[in-house]
Design a binder for this molecule. Structure first.
Ligand code: ADP
Length: 367
């Protein structure tokens, strides 16, 4: 089927659904998504949430049970993988073990019958881009995991695919190397300018790499947004809890002297401006999110403390500390404090908590 071509779009998913044979629930259900040209988009979600199934439908390794996958105005749901001409990088490198680095990278070009001089020039330039000049004659087993993954990245990009798909490409590597390769992938994305679609279950990785993140849960998209939007304004409780630490505080929204406040059995948190100046709350149950950096530990006798509690745990994290305070009703509140170690309370201290109203965020009821 041919549809109007939107030249700013690299890819569109419309109602994409996959139910594997012999299962009673869909692995992916009604996914709608538009991905712009040149965007770096990451599918993020817990294991089993449908990320790989969605990526594999885009790659053409499995076909959707329903829905359309549109590239260049064309529904490609029935095209075999090689006709989609997409680059792929997998977790396990998938290099040809008996071939040299040079031959691995040249393979997609030879397969596509590029002239010899073009193959030579492209492979040379591609290896230079990922700092692998000098490694041309080695076999994959003579390279470190990080180098192998850079070869895989180069092989996936050397034929100029319009989209590069990456499925957990860094999960087999240790943390330091993963962070180095994240920077490298970001740089390569800037240099080649094509659309990157990346799958990970690691929220820090998703936030570090992406222009936009698609959060999956149970085969559905929970939210799509920039890392900052997802962190500051999560649409659901799931997103609030999956991305970073969060304090979700449930209580009644009341008005006190014209100012909205969240009231719980042991807390009263003033929230001026929370409702954009509108509304006049009178006791509705609500859930408000505060990130740990938006809560402050103050002395137990601080008159403006919203509530009091006892320090349960202090975790030293180098430049900052994570302090967990249990309030009088038994609720744990996580606070992140930067700098000044001498001001850090000790386990067992009675302290007060202040919440920064300007960053408070109402979690919608359905979340
Ligand atoms: P993720 O990539 O987010 O970990 P997957 O897309 O791999 O999730 O899996 C989504 C769901 O589909 C899971 O419940 C998984 O068990 C199921 N699933 C994946 N592959 C198959 C398969 N070949 N046959 C049956 N069920 C599958």
């Amino acid at each position: 089927m041919t549809v109007a071509v939107d030249t700013d779009l690299a890819l569109e998913l419309r109602g994409v659904t996959k139910q594997y044979p012999g299962t009673d629930t869909a692995a992916v259900s009604g996914v709608d998504l538009k991905i712009g040209r040149g965007e770096f988009v990451t599918f993020l979600g817990p294991s089993g949430s449908g990320k790989t199934t969605t990526l594999n439908m885009i790659a053409g390794f499995i076909s959707p049970t329903a829905g359309e996958i549109v590239m260049h105005g064309q529904d490609i749901a029935d095209l075999p993988p090689h006709e989609r001409n997409l680059g792929m990088v997998f977790q396990n490198y998938a290099l040809f073990p008996h071939m040299s680095v040079w031959d691995n990278v040249a393979f997609p070009l030879v397969e596509r019958k590029y002239p010899k001089d073009q193959v030579r020039e492209r492979v040379r330039a591609a290896l230079e881009m990922v700092n692998l000049t000098g490694f041309e004659k080695r076999r994959p087993r003579e390279l470190s995991g990080g180098q192998q993954q850079r070869v895989a990245l180069t092989r996936a990009l050397v034929f100029d695919p319009p989209i590069l798909l990456m499925d957990e490409p860094l999960s087999a590597l240790d943390k330091k190397l993963r962070q180095r390769l994240q920077l490298e992938i970001k740089r390569v994305h800037r240099e080649v300018g094509i659309t990157f679609l990346f799958v990970t279950h690691d929220q820090e990785e998703a936030m570090a790499l992406s222009d936009r993140v698609v959060v999956f849960d149970q085969g559905r998209i929970e939210q799509v947004g920039t890392p900052d939007e997802l962190y500051r304004r999560p649409a659901t409780r799931f997103v609030a809890e999956f991305l970073g630490d969060s304090n979700l505080i449930e209580g009644k929204l009341v008005t006190q002297e014209g100012v909205p406040a969240l009231e719980t059995p042991d807390c009263r948190i003033p929230l001026p401006g929370l409702l954009g100046g509108g509304g006049n709350p009178s006791g509705e149950e609500q859930c408000v999110m505060f990130r740990p950096e938006d809560v402050k530990v103050v002395p137990g006798d601080d008159e403006e403390a919203a509530c009091r509690g006892r320090v349960r745990e202090v975790v030293y994290l180098g430049s900052e500390q994570r302090v967990i305070v249990t309030t009088e009703s038994g609720r744990d509140v996580t606070v992140r404090t930067a700098g000044d170690l001498t001001a850090t309370p000790a386990v067992g201290d009675t302290v007060g908590l202040r919440f920064s109203a300007s960053n408070a965020w109402l979690i919608p009821k359905s979340g």
